[in-house]
Design a protein around this ligand. Structure first.
Ligand SMILES: CC/C=C\C/C=C\CCC/C=C/CC(=O)SCCNC(=O)CCNC(=O)[C@H](O)C(C)(C)COP(=O)(O)OP(=O)(O)OC[C@H]1O[C@@H](n2cnc3c(N)ncnc32)[C@H](O)[C@@H]1OP(=O)(O)O
Length: 238
């Protein structure tokens, strides 16, 4: 990802990500490493400006493109690794969680689904991804608190798989993971992957329109708009 300053996921970046994932699948990609050009941020998550005082049609397109991107990434037949070389809150954490393996550069960055802290709610499929990685108990604790994990905490709870000392080390560890996968029969590998992920995928596939409506209704609430405005001001003041 290369959208300075913080790889916030606006409609343009999501379209680019989705189209890349579609292309990789068509071209029978052997493996993908998702990382960031920024030296300190993997992705700041959804672009708050896409939710603040939104145009209804654009907001719908934004959300359905996010759903498409997640579905493509989560169900990709080829192996995927997140080389998390910076902070990874909310939607950034979702992207990492949707890969098969996570290597994160330590020690100073943070990762987690922090939505509760902003007065917004992580959608059920964000929650499902966290639950699938760290288990029901730890996911409930993390999501209700909107907890951002340090790299050590993330490793301990199973949110990431390995710690790297810098980006080059993260890429090298990610390549080791991909090398290990490359010797396996591709169809067997991808069938097992999709079997593990099917229930989570189907939950969104069967409820896409309801999920979109919930998002549009939610961001239309004056209280939510107020919370987003205050949050943007805090970020700008910083
Ligand atoms: C019942 C209801 C059910 C369902 C509801 C449905 C849906 C609701 C939607 C829920 C989903 C939300 C998922 C999300 O992803 S929300 C976004 C959460 N993201 C964050 O909280 C991250 C915020 N950013 C930061 O913490 C820091 O920026 C970060 C640590 C990433 C980097 O810090 P750094 O010091 O390097 O940079 P900053 O100076 O803070 O930022 C630089 C500029 O970038 C702007 N910025 C930062 N983050 C965002 C963002 N997410 N969107 C838009 N813009 C962002 C920041 O304001 C700075 O701008 P300038 O001051 O330079 O103009």
């Amino acid at each position: 990802m290369q959208k300075p300053p913080v790889n916030s996921l606006n409609l343009d970046l999501l379209v680019a990500l989705r189209d890349t994932l579609v292309k990789l699948e068509k071209e029978k990609c052997k493996g993908m490493i998702l990382t960031s050009e920024s030296p300190s941020v993997f992705s700041a998550g959804l672009d708050i400006m896409e939710m603040y005082r939104p145009d209804h049609n654009r907001a719908r397109k934004f959300w359905t493109t996010l759903q498409d991107t997640w579905i493509k990434l989560y169900s990709s037949p080829y192996p995927t690794v997140a080389a998390i070389n910076g902070h990874s809150p909310a939607g950034g954490c979702l992207l990492a969680l949707s890969c098969e393996y996570r290597v994160m550069v330590g020690p100073k960055f943070t990762i987690g689904l922090n939505e509760t802290q902003l007065g917004i709610v992580a959608p059920f499929w964000f929650q499902d991804c966290m639950r699938n990685a760290i288990g029901e108990r730890q996911a409930e604790l993390a999501l209700t608190l909107g907890k951002m994990f340090s790299v050590d905490e993330a490793l301990k709870v199973g949110l990431i798989d390995e710690i790297a000392k810098d980006k080059a080390d993260a890429i090298s560890k990610a390549e080791d993971f991909l090398d290990e996968q490359s010797g396996l029969p591709a169809l067997a590998r991808s069938t097992v992957k999709v079997a593990f992920r099917e229930a989570t995928l189907n939950r969104l596939l069967k409820n896409r329109e309801a999920d979109t409506k919930m998002f549009l209704d939610f961001i239309s609430m004056p209280k939510v708009q107020q919370a987003l405005e205050m949050y943007m001001q805090t970020l700008k003041k910083k």
